[in-house]
Structure formats: C-alpha cells, structure tokens
Design a protein around this ligand. Structure first.
Ligand code: TXA
Ligand code: MG
Length: 360
C-alpha cells in the first residue's frame, strides 16, 4: 500500500488534509495523527473491521485493548454504562489532556477494541489536529500509539513513517509532540482510583483534584498489571538498554566504569544523560553516540526527548545504551516507568557482566 504523508500546521490545520483523514476513518481505514502525548494510529472505534486493521498494521497482540479518543463529552456518553462521580471532576480538570479514564463499557463498543474486557479506556486529546480530525470524522477513534509493536512510541511524524510506511494509507504530520510520553491511564471504576500506567498527568495532580490515588501494584511488584499493555517489557530500542542507578557521584562512576569496560570489549556504547552528568563527564570519555536529555530538574523536558533519543541511538548504530536514573517524583514516574520497560529489568550491568569484575 502507498502511504501518503501530509504535513499539517497544528495552529492552522489544512482543511483538505483533515477532510481526507476523516473520510478514510469513515471508510473503515486507519490514519496516523499527532496528539499532545505521542502519535496515534486511529480507526473508527465502532467498526470492527477497521479496528482489526490497527492490530494488523502494528503487529499488536490482540489481547492489548485500545484507547478510544473523543473530541467532546457528548461522544463519551454512548460508549460507557456510567460516569463515576470522580470521573466528572477529572474530566472538568484534565480534558482535553493526557489523561485516559477507564469506564464500564456500553454494548456499543466492540470487544475488539477492549480486548474482551467489560471496561473501555477513553480520552480527549489536547491537540488541534487530533480534535479537528475526530470532529470532522464524527466517530469515536480507537488509537494506540502509532509505532510498530515493540518499538518506542512515535513523537514525530518521521518515526511513524519509519515504522508504518507501506502499511497504512495516511500519516498526518503535525510536528513533534509536546508531552513525549503517553497518557496516564487511570481506573476510576472502583472506590480507590488506580493508576494503571503513569503518564502525562502526574499522581500529584490527580490527588489534588480527587484525593487519594494509588499506583496499580502490578506496575512494580511481580503481579499481573491491570492494564494489559503494561505486561510487555519490550517497548524498547533495538540496542540493549542498561539503567544506571544511584546518587550523583555513584551514577557517574558506574557509568564511566561500565562504559570503559564495554568499549574495551569492542561494543558501540551510547549514553543518554542529564545536562548535569554530561558537564561532569566532558573530556573524560568519548561515547560512540550521546544525547543530552535535559536538566535533571526538568522532568517534562526529559519526557519530551526520551523516545526520540532512543530512536536516535538505534539510528546511530549503537549496540548498548547506558541511561541514568532520574527522580521518580512528578513526571519522573512516567519517565522512569518507560526507562525501566526499555531496560527490561537490566540495571547497572548488562546481564553478561558480573559487576564484581568491575570493582577492581
Ligand atoms: O497517550 C496515549 O495514551 C496514546 C495516544 C495515541 O493517545 N495512546 C496509547 O495507546 O498510548 P496504547 O494502545 O499504546 O496504550 C494503551 C494502554 C495499554 O497499556 C492498554 O493495556 C491500556 O491502555 N488499556 C486500554 N484499555 C484498557 C482497559 N479497558 N483496561 C485497562 N487498561 C486498558
Ligand atoms: Mg503503545
């Protein structure tokens, strides 16, 4: 299939491009479009055949449910059995924005969208192109991130092109996404709201609106996570990712030591660093590739650059990526969740190396 690629100005989206996208959605096709978090691959959520095309294009396992995107509140109501009280407060405060809410689903939503669950995930994206596209199509739009399954989510149109060229009819490129990590997925169906996936809205922000909010224990403990997508560890670059933990001095020392060891073994090693660490390491080592993610104080900036930095490491040909640990507070929760998933549990040393050997 030929993939058409149209650049649209997010401040003044071209009406013809939007109409073309909307028509494809109405005809049961898939369309890639920008949101404020990451690019989405959308289809009419009420059209089973269209939804199947999403799974096919991405190579996505069919047990991983999709988020349904709406452009206004009226579109939410037919999708759900009820809107819990707390959800109204959250919608008032955070929609449009990077917050996905889990509702009991209505009979209208096909099981293919929810992977057979009796709940449905819904969000209203805060991006003029996404909102205008959904409005024009006048259907709720099921959309996962527009990456090939297993790859980091796309934060630029060219990432979508790299993964899905030839597999989908249209990419709308509205520039780099603002947030850079996916939406927060929050389950409000029980008494205590649970974060199933940390994302663009922080736990602290949620708590200041509705009181106590907990993380799904499945996110950290060895339990099955309640968002099926969170069980897949490999949302990761091709290169192996190693997370370097500890306080500032310890982190720097570990990183240097591991870098030298791996480089001596002939490995191409990339570093993903904070500004602060990069300043301290300058002149001490020369990495195969390196990218500065931003100041350690600016976790939103780190989130914004993380996925594209992973992709750039792969483009550089690096075989191993060393990335430092950041704060787990605020946006740090989402940042560290994505880094841990990319590292697949590998911390401070690649699995093949015994840190004991490095201590001399
Ligand atoms: O920011 C975002 O959320 C992006 C943009 C495109 O909107 N979308 C996105 O979708 O990240 P996706 O499919 O990559 O991730 C959806 C996550 C998965 O972890 C999935 O398991 C979870 O939401 N999810 C969807 N429906 C659910 C449900 N009914 N119950 C629990 N988890 C659900
Ligand atoms: Mg995804």
């Amino acid at each position: 299939m030929e993939t058409e690629y149209i650049i649209v100005d997010p401040l003044k989206p071209d009406q013809n491009a939007l109409k073309k996208g909307a028509r494809l959605l109405q005809q049961g096709e898939v369309v890639a479009f920008p949101t404020e978090t990451v690019y989405g691959l959308g289809a009419n959520a009420l059209d089973v055949q269209a939804v199947k095309k999403i799974y096919l294009a991405k190579g996505r396992p069919s047990d991983n449910p999709l988020i349904v995107h709406v452009a206004d509140r009226e579109q939410l109501i037919p999708l759900v059995k009820e809107v819990p009280e707390k959800a109204y407060d959250l919608i008032d405060k955070f929609w449009p924005g990077p917050l996905t809410l889990i509702f009991p689903k209505s009979a209208l939503v096909p099981g293919e969208v929810t992977a057979g669950l009796d709940t449905v995930a819904v969000r209203m994206p805060k991006h003029p192109v996404a909102l205008a596209l959904i409005k024009e199509a006048n259907v709720p739009v099921a959309a996962p991130s527009a990456n090939a399954s297993g790859k980091p989510s796309p934060t630029e149109g060219k990432h979508v092109w790299a993964d899905l060229n030839g597999k989908i009819p249209l990419v709308l490129d509205g520039g780099a996404t603002k947030v850079g990590v996916e939406s927060t997925v929050l389950d409000v169906t029980g008494d205590l709201p649970l974060i199933l996936r940390p994302g663009g809205v922080t736990r602290e922000e949620l708590q200041s609106t509705i009181g106590p909010v907990e993380y799904d224990p499945g996110l950290t403990e060895k339990k099955v996570p309640r968002a099926p997508g969170m069980k897949y560890t490999h949302y990761s670059p091709e290169a192996d990712v190693v997370l370097i933990t500890g306080e500032a001095k310890e982190r720097k020392e570990k990183m240097k030591r591991l870098f030298l060891h791996l480089t001596q073994e002939g490995k191409k090693v990339a570093l993903l660093l904070s500004e602060e660490t990069q300043k301290e390491m300058t002149g001490q080592i020369v990495p195969y590739y390196q990218e500065v993610l931003g100041s350690r104080q600016d976790l939103s900036g780190i989130a914004h650059r993380l996925f594209s930095a992973f992709r750039n490491c792969d483009l550089s040909g690096a075989e191993i990526i060393l990335i430092e640990e950041f704060s787990h507070q605020g946006m740090g929760a989402a940042v560290m969740n994505r880094i841990r998933k990319a590292a697949g549990g590998v911390q401070d040393a690649p699995l093949t190396i015994d840190m004991g050997d490095l201590d001399d």
